[in-house]
Design a protein around this ligand. Structure first.
Ligand code: ADP
Ligand code: MG
Length: 698
């Protein structure tokens, strides 16, 4: 086979032609032979099995039935005619329906002759199947060379334009004929042998035309491994390149600020986990390579102090530092907290947000460019090009999953070398997934909460118990505590949600006439939000009614009750984040999940998980299983994992294996220069040519 035949445009394949080629490009992103061959089936149908009519379920799945047509009639209806056939097997009867092509069907159908029909069933006064695929049983029997029939991904447009599964199947056959199915192997002999993988051409053949269930499994395993192997290879080699080539500013000194703070101003003893993480960071930034580190730590685990101490190291070495937070409230809180901690050190700390006035900005920009501003805390406003530092050495990003990748990369260009980057997240990402999402970041984990925290007690209550719940809130307030009541507002513009929130607010005002109540939601002006939030922080209000804007990072240690309304509408990670707003002080805290009686299966799992455990990693695992990685915590980054065949959740074991082998290969041969790695280098380069995932990751 000529090596580049796979790069042939799809138009040239016999049976495709230019209009079909257009559709394939637009709908499935298939441009070349290679793309087509990598269009893997979603699933397979066992065409040796027939359903009985009395086994049909009302789930709209595709079925194959063996039976006979005993009667045909045309039915007139307002919107045109339809042709209806009565189809029977030895267990019952159903209808086949056609809205088009009556004449041809009427002429070609043989009554009382065994047919095999295939399609989706619908239910309306009994089962029917519109526009079934049909074949005489005689022919079907003869042709049955493969047992498993692939079902390819499709779109409505493709189906409407006649590019059915059968058509794709046909052009796939054509592709194998034209290329003679001789595909070079893409993995080294060593790996093939060690893992007993089948050769590439055999795998491709069996993924499209499986000879048996066993060969299909082998083909799937081989192709999944290959896909994950090359992703890991890219991630790991990128990391090696960064460590060798991307220079950073070395921060060798532990100087005045860090030491003074550590000795005199640290408000508590660090946990062992915090100490370990600070050591890991110091190790990174002490050398000459740029740090790119992800710091994971559950809500309340104490990431802020780690951030601050890292910033002090930057300042000790003559650099400036910045801390970016996703919301104004959070940025302001970081700012106040940091300022308090460092007042005695004589550091200049400033806050930059969208709402910062022009006058304040002018002053701030000047100090920033002169280098007299040591720490800049802020929101997105900080990414803007006009924000220039004299000497930015460290950028910290809090709750990084809220930021787009491009925004992060802006920070890279704020100095001659990229500053060291520390991204912090309270969203626990299972380690294996973190490896594939952020494989080129180093990962630190704070896996220990500060001492003396009492685990939050979580319960689930139905709306019908609201009075009891309100009584409980009153009791807690009498003890001097504060409570949050959170409403879902998934999209801030949804008027219905807004109405729920306002109704809730009014009824709470009625039920708690003797208390002060704050309200915060996304439609308020930033200044009003801050004002209300501030009242709650100071303890001037006892209840905070809010939408999820308070989800991230807000710290009010005296708040001990978190009520979540319509809890069934929140995702697990969001529930966990919200719950993390309480349990920050010494008092016993509570989280009450309110729902109606109507709960889906997934909602029940989420509620059950929340009431069972406080462990963020365990919750993340369940979340991952429920939602799949695509949705995980709204990580835009997971789009990178647009996998063709492997599934990060289900194929976790293969992922680990792939990572193991990728590491092994690169350890032995970092430049892939050895003869035995020739195929790997070649494949790797081919892939890099076509998609460079780096641009999306860090
Ligand atoms: P998060 O990781 O969610 O950002 P924070 O940094 O906001 O957590 O810390 C949560 C609370 O715990 C803060 O009030 C902080 O002062 C406190 N804290 C952090 N570390 C410790 C510690 N080692 N001992 C006691 N309290 C701590
Ligand atoms: Mg935080």
């Amino acid at each position: 086979m000529k090596p580049n035949i796979l790069q042939t445009p799809i138009d040239y394949l016999k049976g495709v032609g230019s209009s079909r080629a257009d559709l394939l490009r637009k709908e499935l992103g298939i441009h070349t032979y290679q793309d087509l061959i990598n269009l893997f089936p979603n699933r397979y149908i066992d065409k040796t099995q027939y359903y009985k009519i009395n086994q049909l379920q009302r789930n709209g799945s595709e079925v194959q039935i063996l039976g006979k047509i005993v009667h045909l009639k045309t039915v007139e209806q307002k919107r045109g005619k339809r042709l209806v056939a009565k189809f029977i097997d030895d267990t019952g009867e159903m209808e086949l329906v056609w809205f088009r092509g009556h004449k041809w069907i009427k002429e070609s159908i043989k009554l009382n002759t065994p047919y095999v029909i295939f399609g989706k069933t619908k239910y309306y006064n009994g089962f029917n199947m519109p526009h079934p695929e049909m074949e005489l049983y005689e022919d079907h029997k003869k042709k049955l060379s493969t047992a498993m029939q692939p079902v390819y991904p499709s779109t409505e447009k493709l189906a409407n334009k006649g590019i059915t599964n059968r058509v794709i199947n046909k052009i796939m056959q054509q592709l194998f004929i034209e290329t003679q199915a001789r595909f070079y192997d893409t993995l080294s002999e060593d790996i093939l042998k060690e893992l007993k993988l089948i050769p590439k051409n055999e795998a491709l053949f069996n993924i499209h035309f499986p000879k048996s269930q066993e060969l299909l499994s082998k083909a799937q395993f081989r192709l999944k491994f290959e896909e994950l192997f090359y992703i890991q290879l890219q991630l790991i080699s990128k990391k090696i390149v960064r460590k060798h080539k991307i220079k950073g500013f070395p921060f060798p000194d532990v100087g005045h600020y860090f030491t003074t703070f550590y000795k005199n101003h640290l408000p508590f003893d660090l946990t062992n986990a915090q100490k370990r993480v600070i050591k890991e960071i110091r190790n990174d930034i002490g050398g000459s390579a740029q740090m790119n580190r992800l710091l994971q730590g559950d809500v309340g685990s104490g990431k802020t102090i780690v951030a601050l101490m890292t910033m002090l190291l930057a300042i000790d070495n003559g650099f400036q530092a910045c801390l970016v937070a996703p919301t104004a409230i959070l940025a302001a809180q970081h700012f106040t907290g940091i300022q308090e901690l460092v007042t005695d050190l004589g550091l200049n700390v400033k806050l930059l947000m969208g709402s910062t006035t022009a006058k304040e900005r002018k002053q701030l920009h000047q100090e920033l460019e002169e280098g007299t501003l040591h720490i800049l805390v802020g929101t997105h406003a900080l990414f803007e090009d006009k924000v220039k530092f004299k000497n930015l050495g460290l950028a910290i990003i809090d709750e990084q999953h809220r930021f787009g990748v491009e925004q992060r990369s802006k920070l890279w260009h704020k100095n001659t070398y990229p500053p060291h980057i520390l991204v912090m997240t309270a969203t626990p990402i299972p380690r294996t997934l973190a490896m594939s999402l952020y494989g080129d970041l180093d990962i630190s984990v704070i896996d220990e909460l500060p001492p003396g925290r009492k685990p939050i007690k979580t319960v689930h209550r139905y709306d019908s118990n609201r009075l009891k719940v309100f009584k409980f809130i009153k009791d807690e307030i009498l003890k001097g505590r504060q409570a949050y009541i959170v409403y879902p507002l998934i999209q801030e513009s949804q008027t219905l949600d807004y109405k729920d929130l306002m109704d809730g607010y009014e009824s709470i005002c009625r039920d708690f006439p003797n208390y002060e109540i704050s309200i915060v939601h996304g439609q308020m002006k930033a200044a009003d939000k801050d004002y209300e939030m501030d009242r709650f922080v100071k303890g001037e209000t006892q209840i905070m009614v809010a939408t999820t804007v308070i989800e991230v990072g807000v710290n009010v240690p005296n708040a001990s009750v978190m009520i979540i309304e319509s809890a069934e509408r929140f995702g697990l990670s969001q529930l966990h984040q919200l719950r993390g707003r309480v349990g920050r002080g010494a008092e016993q805290s509570y989280c009450i999940l309110m729902t109606s009686h109507k709960l889906s299966h997934d909602s029940i799992t989420r509620l059950e998980t929340m009431t069972r455990t406080n462990d963020g990693f365990e919750i993340a695992e369940v979340d991952l299983k429920l939602r799949g990685p695509g949705d995980l915590m709204g990580t835009q980054q997971s789009g990178v994992l647009n996998l063709k065949i492997a599934d990060i959740v289900k194929d976790n074991d293969i992922l680990k294996m792939a990572r193991h082998y990728a590491t092994k290969v690169l350890k032995e041969d970092p430049g892939l220069k050895m003869d035995k790695h020739k195929v790997i280098l070649y494949t790797y380069r081919q892939m890099a040519k076509h998609k460079n995932i780096w641009n999306y990751i860090s």
